[in-house]
Unconditional design. Structure first.
Length: 236
């Protein structure tokens, strides 16, 4: 019953989006403004998680919607509008990643870390210090993954898309998406295990061991979601 309700809700959102797209194609600017209102937070979150820079996320978001608006006549409706929009934003984000290369470290001023601590520490300085190191290690592991794996994790875990939807966005198969999520989990655990073996202070090795054990017991989704609370809202 729950699955049927979820499907019905998704179908309703799809029909609403299709109607807005049709109206926007006919010249209704307010319809496109409504599409922007619905999807802007998710496109921004997607861009921020992939680049780690608010300025890049702003640029990617604006570029994606501008391109979607200018090329709306080319959208034939063979996929959901948000799927098409995601592909536009992903292409821009991956170009920026390629130009700048992989992030080397996670600074304490990383906006993803700052946002997570603001929510999860709830103003408690001691709790913030405890979480800061754990979250920084997890973000470093996330950033160390390939763009393909990071993108898959963002779409499935942070954006809440189904494997089927992600397969459409990334032009691949559901089986490949499932393998990528599995591989991302493996790499997260491997990163934490390396921290336990490297010549680092005892308290860092102990923290890495605890995180690694938690990730064995819990899913990668739970660990990454703890880091990036701004990505949790579902599609409106």
């Amino acid at each position: 019953m729950a699955d049927r309700e979820t499907t019905t809700e998704a179908e309703r959102r799809g029909r609403e989006a299709a109607a807005l797209v049709a109206a926007a194609k006919a010249g209704d600017r307010r319809a496109f403004e409504e599409l922007y209102r619905r999807y802007q937070p998710r496109i921004y979150a997607l861009a921020l998680h992939l680049t780690g820079r608010p300025s890049d996320a702003d640029d990617i978001t604006q570029d994606a919607f501008l391109k979607a608006y200018n090329h709306l006549h080319e959208f034939e409706g063979r996929s959901e509008f948000f799927t098409w929009l995601y592909r536009i934003a992903l292409h821009r984000a991956l170009n920026i990643q390629r130009d700048r290369g992989r992030r080397k470290t996670v600074g304490l001023d990383d906006p993803r870390l700052t946002a997570a601590l603001a929510v999860d520490a709830a103003g408690d300085p001691r709790r913030a210090l405890e979480l800061q190191e754990s979250y920084a290690h997890l973000l470093a592991a996330f950033d160390a993954m390939s763009p393909t794996l990071r993108t898959t994790v963002v779409l499935t875990t942070l954006q809440g898309l189904s494997y089927k939807e992600v397969a459409v966005v990334l032009d691949t198969t559901e089986g490949t998406v499932a393998w990528r999520v599995h591989e991302a989990r493996r790499q997260i655990r491997a990163h934490m295990e390396r921290l336990q073996k490297e010549p680092t202070p005892v308290h860092i090795r102990a923290r890495a061991r605890r995180i690694s054990q938690e990730n064995d017991a819990a899913k990668l989704e739970q660990a990454i979601l703890a880091l990036l609370p701004d990505a949790k809202p579902r599609l409106a």
